[in-house]
Write a protein that binds this ligand. Structure first.
Ligand code: FES
Length: 141
């Protein structure tokens, strides 16, 4: 008997566990308003944490130099292949898990909108904007 074998459920993540079609971009350059000269920058700490967590959870996370949201605290964007995209600010260096949770919610949303229910608080109060998908047209009737 091979004692190193593990069951599929332990090794393979399902779409519910991961976030197919969604990419989280975390700004590594965001500074702390209170300590603008902090090194490493809090944005870098959040980025490193999100990259590590994303790698372990199967959520795609990428580092980005600036999202032009610098005045709103630590920032991240979430792009969806077929759904809406989101910009967040006011994050802390401890919000990596909130970002991967949000990515999974967005990936699983049948309407392409990240649901409010279940959304981490940081992604509620930190919401800056949402951007419609390319194919979006407003239903007016
Ligand atoms: S430095 Fe982070 S959004 Fe500009």
């Amino acid at each position: 008997m091979d004692i190193t074998a593990t069951s599929t459920s332990q090794t393979e993540k399902t779409d519910r566990d991961t976030a197919p079609g969604v990419v989280v971009f975390v700004c590594r350059s965001c500074r702390s308003e209170a300590e603008p000269n902090a090194d490493p920058r809090p944005g870098a700490l959040l980025t490193e944490a999100a990259l590590a967590l994303g790698a372990s959870e199967g959520v795609t996370v990428r580092s980005v130099n600036c999202l032009a949201n610098c005045k709103r605290g630590l920032s991240a964007a979430m792009r969806s292949a077929d759904g809406w995209s989101y910009m967040f600010g006011g994050l802390t260096e401890n919000d990596a898990a909130d970002l991967t949770t949000g990515a999974r919610l967005l990936a699983a949303a049948p309407d392409g909108l990240m649901p409010w229910r279940g959304r981490p608080d940081s992604l509620k109060r930190g919401l800056v904007s949402r951007i419609p998908p390319l194919h979006f047209t407003e239903e007016t009737s």
